[in-house]
Design a protein around this ligand. Structure first.
Ligand code: ZN
Length: 151
């Protein structure tokens, strides 16, 4: 179990150091901003969604702690090629993974690399860091134009 924890930690550190899909995207047709005042994490998300409601590209920029940056990085990687409905299912599963919600029987299922955040449920203060990008993507998909706050 310790090996697994170390592996998870190294994935998070790697994505924090070298975030994937970092930078703005002038061609995005959906975007949203998110803010986690508790930690000071801020991010902006840029999505390109095609006519069949599939995410064909995802980028983010902003500044935040290692958990929020790594979460946004892994999330943008995961979302590419997903339909909007699939993205919403992933959001729900990811949320129950990091909050340790036992009522979800499919907790963590199909999350792939996102499972590296499973340890976050032991640190309640970091849950909002891990979910900020997801709350932001949900707002972008729902086409709400206000800034999302975790508070
Ligand atoms: Zn944070």
């Amino acid at each position: 179990m310790d090996d697994l924890r170390e592996l998870y930690q190294s994935v998070i550190l790697d994505h924090n150091k070298n975030p994937r899909n970092f930078g703005s995207d002038a061609d995005a047709n959906r975007s949203a901003e998110g803010y986690n005042p508790i930690c000071g994490d801020q991010l902006k998300l840029y999505l390109k969604v095609d006519e069949s409601d599939s995410v064909i590209d995802a980028h983010f920029d902003g500044s935040g702690c290692a958990i929020s940056t790594a979460s946004a990085s892994l999330m943008t990687e995961t979302l590419k090629g997903k339909t909007l409905d699939e993205a919403k299912v992933l959001f729900r599963r990811f949320h129950s993974l990091v909050t340790g919600d036992p009522s979800e029987s499919d907790q963590g299922e199909g999350l792939g690399k996102l499972e590296v955040f499973s340890g976050v449920c032991r640190y309640p203060a970091r849950v909002k860091c891990a979910t900020l990008a997801w709350h932001t993507v949900k707002s972008a998909l729902d086409e709400q134009n206000e800034i999302v706050s975790t508070e």
